[in-house]
Design a protein around this ligand. Structure first.
Ligand code: HEC
Ligand code: HEC
Length: 323
């Protein structure tokens, strides 16, 4: 008996030592690097349509993190609404500055990063969203925008501070925060004549609503978004500017805790301008003011088809209790 206890004791010590070595390894080695995505060299052709679409996508999908209010360009800054347990992370300078920005990146390298999260140096870019299912045309449009004459991307020699990921953030890059594979075939945006398919595209590929509106970034499934825990049921946590916690809302059609009794008009106004008659819509919920009404209606049509989840956001419960 004693022997068994002793052996158990020794293996516990061994486990603790192993865990210690693992922790040391993670803190010393930091965020892992990978092989740079193998995308054949290419020069994305500039067209007026791509330029316009790229600007729209940058406003909706890049500005929240990379637009710096004082430089009025994409020089980046601290991600203030990131929960502090992830450390201090900075969106980097993505203007055309050759030293501090991205003008030395090739089109293929930019596409590789946007798709997989792996930079031209092989380092995995933390927190930066991956556009795994975005159409080839949308990705090309983003590249055209980054290369354009738009004021936001003109060279600015702003130095990006070194990233300070916490131990937890580093550990997560060895478990759940991993690069995504490159798509294996061409990706085309569904036509507006099929609003449900278009809405699905917008939620999972272009605007990534599911990423914030499912239970947690840590349990989201980037390859198969619908398999994310609590898909579109809300509950993901953010830190607001005053330090309080804000939880994303339930976007499924549950009539009590979701959007079951919303109209398409109300939904469109809320998503585009944050104008909801029900309650304030605070950051980090973006204002998708560049979204067309057709897109908003397509998302609403798609949400009608998503399995309902009954899940009240904690603040909503507090409001009900206070009534
Ligand atoms: C949620 C915040 C966030 C959003 C939204 C975001 N990024 Fe980033 N981005 C980051 C962070 C943080 C880094 C730096 C990560 C690192 O160095 O580990 C980064 C890095 C990059 C880099 C690499 C720069 C370098 O020198 O390493 C590029 C290019 C980039 N982002 C482009 C974009 C584009 C284009 C969009 C919009 C389609 C976008 N990002 C949206 C947070 C964001
Ligand atoms: C960066 C994270 C983020 C992204 C991306 C995001 N949301 Fe939100 N959204 C939130 C948060 C957080 C709230 C809650 C805000 C509050 O409580 O004040 C919210 C609130 C909402 C609301 C209000 C719901 C209610 O019950 O009051 C709607 C509708 C909504 N989001 C739809 C969308 C759609 C559609 C998309 C994609 C086009 C989207 N969101 C993308 C974080 C996000």
């Amino acid at each position: 008996m004693r022997k068994i206890i002793r052996i158990a004791g020794i293996s516990l010590v061994a486990l603790a030592v192993l865990a210690g070595i693992g922790a040391l390894f993670i803190s010393v080695r930091g965020v892992p690097s990978y092989a740079v995505p193998a995308i054949p060299p290419r020069a994305v052709a500039v067209t007026p349509a791509r330029l316009a679409q790229g600007e729209k996508l940058a406003v909706a999908m890049c500005a929240d993190c990379h637009l710096n209010k004082s430089t009025r360009s994409l020089t980046g800054g601290l991600l203030a609404d990131l929960p502090p347990q992830f450390g201090r992370l900075y969106a980097t300078n993505i203007t055309q500055d050759p030293t501090h920005g991205i003008s030395r990146w090739t089109d293929a390298e930019l596409i590789g990063l946007l798709r997989t999260g792996i930079g031209r140096d092989g380092r995995y870019r933390l927190i930066m969203p991956k556009f795994v299912h975005m159409s080839d045309e949308d990705i090309n449009s983003l590249v055209v925008f980054l290369r354009s004459n738009h004021a936001w991307v003109q060279p600015k020699a702003v130095v990006s501070p070194p990233q300070q990921p916490s131990f937890l953030a580093k550990a997560l890059t060895y478990t759940v925060m991993k690069p995504a594979p490159l798509p294996t075939q061409a990706i085309v945006e569904p036509p507006a004549s099929d609003p449900v398919a278009l809405g699905h595209y917008l939620v999972t590929a272009r605007y990534l609503c599911y990423d914030c509106h499912s239970q947690s970034f840590q349990t989201n499934n980037e390859l198969e978004p619908e398999k994310s825990k609590g898909y579109l049921g809300g509950g993901n946590e953010f830190i607001s500017t005053d330090g309080s916690t804000i939880t994303s809302r339930n976007l499924t059609m549950d009539s009590e805790t979701g959007l079951g009794d919303w109209t398409a008009e109300e939904f469109t106004r809320t998503v585009k301008y944050g104008l909801s008659t029900r309650r304030p819509v605070r950051a980090p919920m973006p204002r998708f003011s560049v979204m067309s009404d057709e897109e908003a209606r397509a998302i609403f049509a798609y949400l009608q088809t998503v399995p309902k989840i009954k899940a009240e956001a904690p603040e909503a419960q507090a409001t009900v209790a206070a009534r």
